[in-house]
Write a protein that binds this ligand. Structure first.
Ligand code: HEC
Ligand code: HEC
Length: 473
């Protein structure tokens, strides 16, 4: 049975001890809770438990219950909140999806054959057929995105090894992606994993507008929304800030010497290029030169105050933050950064850190639009549940295999194959699995990918500290 989420103010949250227990519930219930308990004059905080503590969101108040974000704007029963769940960092987890499948016999509106199923128009006539049709959604929380090979692309799709045999022409590709959070959007420098909703030179806001229209006509199979609807959705989602607010071992993450939490995040300064290692300063609205030029590696400064805390858990989080900011490893062969002659950096970055790429202060995404190929979609990492595309470069006949052509499906450029943006790294604990394809089930798996890819040789202790830190974001 669903328990109702509670809406609490900072003051009442402080008066409760330990972790607030609030179950995931349908958004209608959230709306009801808001209507009944919002405190006038104070922005409320919406909290939900997760295995490592509690996630909190601010920016949603009573009036937002009627926001078109929570309304069916299309024809298939879906709303934005079908896939963007406050309890799950405004993304969605396979655990909730499986639960929803069981509760609704696989008939919840997320289980639609337009893009919820592995193949478009899959057989969904029986429970068994639905389990099969929605296997990627149920196992990894992946939504199918169908993209055409751009006209005048530098490559062709030669063949696809498709475990589902969906069929369809080789002029298009189905890729399977995790819903990105619809919160903390203030910090974006590119919209969507492949940046396909940001046009060079255009404001991020314009990209987000295009994204809302796409979501309604695509995911929800509706007519284009009205400008008023688009703007209400946009204003709402831009107000949402979500982070972990309590950790099961370390306690509150927002009080005393720690300065985490969604309230603090709201006040974090941002402009595109705010902390860019390469001083690229893109010409687009909202960009600015960083204060000093070059990279300030101290990207996360939330838990410094816990360095000599009496609690070993708090110390671990503080150490993890320091490792993220300063632990060096060699970064080389990252197309988009230093993999190819046309990339901005010529040589390996010998003293690279996580923050070379995750550089936005206290948000952790890339502060300029710069899609990178860190190897997540490499053929060598392919699992049997994903298709493998073979692409051939028209000019040279060169061939490459990937599970997702990434940004190349947007620009048509050979050199953009398998490039993705580095997303905002907040509210991570609430929204596994990670990476665009959900290939890392846990944050430990994420670290292992980096350890292998960049031969960082993290010690067991370093890994444990990094995980403790990432879980606390
Ligand atoms: C069927 C599930 C589904 C529905 C419904 C849905 N989304 Fe999404 N959303 C996704 C997926 C998947 C992505 C990532 C796709 C990609 O990058 O290729 C995404 C990406 C986004 C992003 C981009 C965030 C970023 O960091 O770039 C925003 C914002 C967003 N959605 C908002 C919305 C809004 C607003 C609605 C309702 C109008 C909506 N979504 C409906 C699945 C969904
Ligand atoms: C060379 C650039 C680069 C470096 C260095 C780097 N990352 Fe990433 N990171 C990315 C990109 C790009 C993605 C998205 C990749 C994808 O999904 O295909 C990503 C994704 C992630 C994610 C998953 C986020 C999500 O929402 O799914 C986490 C967590 C993460 N990185 C943590 C780290 C940590 C910890 C380090 C240091 C050990 C690190 N990164 C170093 C570029 C980098």
């Amino acid at each position: 049975m669903d328990r109702k989420p509670q809406q609490q103010t900072e003051r009442s949250r402080r008066s409760t001890t330990g972790v607030t227990l609030v179950a995931t519930a349908i958004v209608a219930a959230i709306a009801t809770a808001y209507a009944s308990s919002a405190m006038p004059g104070r922005a409320g905080r919406l909290t939900f438990p997760n295995p490592s503590g509690v996630i909190g969101t601010i920016g949603m108040d009573e009036a937002d219950a009627d926001n078109p974000f929570f309304q069916e704007l299309g024809t298939n029963g879906r709303t934005c909140a079908t896939c963007h769940r406050p309890a799950q960092g405004w993304s969605i987890t396979p655990a909730e999806l499986r639960d929803r499948f069981e509760r609704t016999d696989g008939l919840d509106p997320i289980f639609r054959a337009n893009d919820g199923s592995n193949c478009e128009g899959a057989d969904v006539s029986t429970n068994r057929a639905r389990r099969r049709a929605f296997s990627l959604l149920l196992q990894k929380g992946l939504i199918r995105i169908a993209l055409d090979v751009p006209g005048r692309a530098e490559f062709d799709i030669l063949e696809v090894d498709d475990p589902y045999r969906c069929g369809g022409p080789l002029t298009a590709a189905s890729v399977y992606r995790r819903p990105l959070p619809s919160a903390n959007l203030k910090f974006l420098s590119a919209v969507m994993w492949d940046g396909r909703r940001s046009t060079p030179g255009q404001a991020i806001r314009d990209g987000l507008i295009a994204q809302v229209v796409d979501a309604v006509t695509g995911h929800a199979q509706g007519a284009p929304p009205t400008p008023a609807q688009v703007h209400s959705v946009l204003d709402f989602e831009l107000r949402l800030f979500a982070t972990q607010v309590a950790d099961r071992s370390a306690g509150s993450l927002t009080e005393g010497a720690a300065r985490s939490g969604p309230d603090t995040l709201t006040r974090e300064a941002f402009c595109i290029g705010i902390n860019d290692p390469l001083d690229m300063l893109p010409s687009m609205p909202g960009s600015c030169a960083g204060p000093s030029g070059g990279l300030n590696p101290f990207v996360f400064t939330l838990f410094r105050g816990w360095t000599s805390s009496g609690s070993p858990h708090r110390q671990a989080i503080a150490r993890g933050e320091a490792i993220f900011n300063t632990r060096p490893f060699v970064i080389d062969n990252v197309p988009g950064l230093n993999g190819r002659p046309e990339d901005p950096v010529r040589r390996p970055i010998i003293s690279g850190t996580c923050t070379v790429c995750h550089d936005t202060p206290n948000a952790g995404n890339h502060s300029v639009p710069m899609a990178l190929n860190i190897g997540v979609a490499d053929a060598s990492r392919r699992t049997a549940d994903l298709p493998l595309y073979t692409l051939r470069r028209r000019a040279t006949g060169e061939v490459v295999q990937t599970t997702d052509p990434g940004r190349a499906m947007v620009t048509g450029k050979w050199n953009d194959i398998a490039k993705f943006k580095g997303p905002v790294l907040r509210a991570l604990a609430a929204r596994p699995p990670y990476f665009h394809d959900g290939s890392a089930a846990t944050l430990a798996d994420v670290i292992k990918v980096y350890d292998t890819r960049f031969q960082a040789r993290f010690t067991e202790q370093e890994m444990a500290d990094l995980i403790a830190f990432l879980m606390a974001l």
